[in-house]
Design a protein. Structure first.
Length: 411
């Protein structure tokens, strides 16, 4: 069996590695001219790291990423709403990683080339169409830079892991329109910075309408480490205003984000100085899409952001794509027919990811901050008088249970 995968992102590459482990040939086709380290920080949760560890990649992740120890939720004024241990420290069998997205992608890419051969990942080719028949699927790709040449590949299955603007998704849902946008713009950056706290802590200040995310994404060296930050602010009414263009390389001037960054306080940290120290600031709209009624059409299916793009809350985007990969590979190895495998994959994963998408729209676990800020817009004297510990726990741990990464503590 040969499986074709459109998209060499985290989901596509993990799928290829998972299939290879199960003796199934896979070819990944990527529209970018090369797989390079783009983007900034992401978090990958223990249940997804377990899958990457199963591929023998834990040591490589330790070389380029950071094992997260603690997460703190704060109000915009810097008052603590919730704190909890993460990963191994919370009782999981595997760590949570804070890591540069591009470096995680590079770990997966290098592993794919080493194990599957240099021709396992083809670059510079954009998915342009496909035709199915009883025996397989013929897939057409065009030169992504000039569009003057093309290449045709044949496989038993096509997996579209080509992101929020997936061509495969558009083929099956041509009238879906652009991604959903609630008017929130994200600015991201990173800079080498003196180690803050223990060098393994992340903080989130503010709710869905205005939020700062702060965490290191590389091991400390000589008292400094790469510190990632994100500022999310609702700047428009998404129902009437179109979102800004989505691009990994869209840059924003310091003057655009600095007034918003100054709104946030994190105890013991100079947020404005970190933003100023970041050489490049990237701008993205916070966008997702409505859950679909189905992903699979014959021998073609969707995976990762092509299937279920979601708001980046709860650290679940990359994690859910990795879980997709494991599920799909397991069913491909076990099923008697490829179409049965795709059906079983969709049956298992679509309802779970749809619930994550819907919950993330309400703020995910970070909704606990929204609730506190709603009940007490200004500073408070005692958090328990604003929202009880049990109510806060229900929001945060309820999300973890729903998304499949609740820690199993002894006793």
């Amino acid at each position: 069996m040969t499986v074709l995968i459109a998209g060499a992102g985290i989901g596509g590459l993990t799928t290829a590695l998972m299939l290879h482990e199960r003796g199934i040939k896979a070819t990944v086709v990527e529209q970018a001219p090369q797989v390079r380290e783009v983007g900034v920080g992401i978090n990958t949760l223990p249940h997804s790291i377990a899958e990457l560890a199963g591929l023998g990649l834990l040591d490589r992740l330790d070389e380029v990423g950071l094992r997260t120890r603690e997460l703190r939720y704060l109000t915009r004024q810097g008052q603590e709403v919730w704190r909890e241990l993460r990963g191994l420290h919370a009782g999981h069998k595997f760590p949570q990683f804070s890591i540069h997205r591009g470096r995680l992608q590079k770990v997966l890419y290098d592993a794919a080339v080493e194990r599957m051969g240099k021709d396992a990942v083809l670059t510079g080719l954009r998915l342009s169409g496909f035709v199915q028949d009883e025996a397989g699927v013929t897939v057409h790709f065009t030169d992504a830079a000039e569009g003057v040449t093309s290449r045709t590949l044949r496989g038993e299955v096509l997996i579209c892991a080509d992101g929020i603007h997936s061509m495969g998704r558009k083929r099956f849902y041509p009238d879906e329109g652009p991604p959903s946008w609630a008017g929130v713009v994200m600015w991201r950056g990173a800079a080498e910075w003196p180690v803050w706290e223990d060098g393994e802590t992340m903080a989130i200040a503010g709710g869905l309408g205005a939020k700062l995310v702060l965490y290191p994404i590389a091991p400390a060296k000589d008292g400094r480490q790469l510190m990632n930050w994100v500022v999310n602010v609702r700047v428009a009414d998404g129902s009437v205003s179109p979102p800004p263009p989505e691009s990994w390389s869209r840059q924003a001037p310091l003057s655009r984000v600095l007034p918003y960054a100054r709104r946030f306080t994190v105890p013991g940290f100079d947020v404005e100085a970190l933003v100023r120290a970041s050489g490049t600031i990237f701008e993205y709209p916070m966008a997702d899409r409505d859950p679909l009624p189905r992903w699979t059409h014959g021998r073609v299916t969707l995976l990762g952001d092509a299937a279920h793009p979601m708001y980046p809350v709860g650290s679940n985007g990359a994690a859910q794509a990795i879980l997709d990969a494991r599920c799909l590979a397991d069913h491909m190895a076990a099923a008697e027919h490829p179409r049965e495998a795709l059906y079983r994959y969709e049956e298992e994963r679509l309802p779970k990811t749809a619930e994550v998408v819907r919950t993330n729209r309400r703020g995910g676990p970070e909704r606990v901050i929204d609730e506190v800020e709603r009940l007490s817009p200004r500073r408070f004297d005692n958090i328990d008088h604003v929202l009880s510990y049990e109510d806060r726990k229900a929001i945060v741990e309820g999300y973890a249970k729903m998304a499949g990464f609740a820690a199993r503590r002894a006793g």
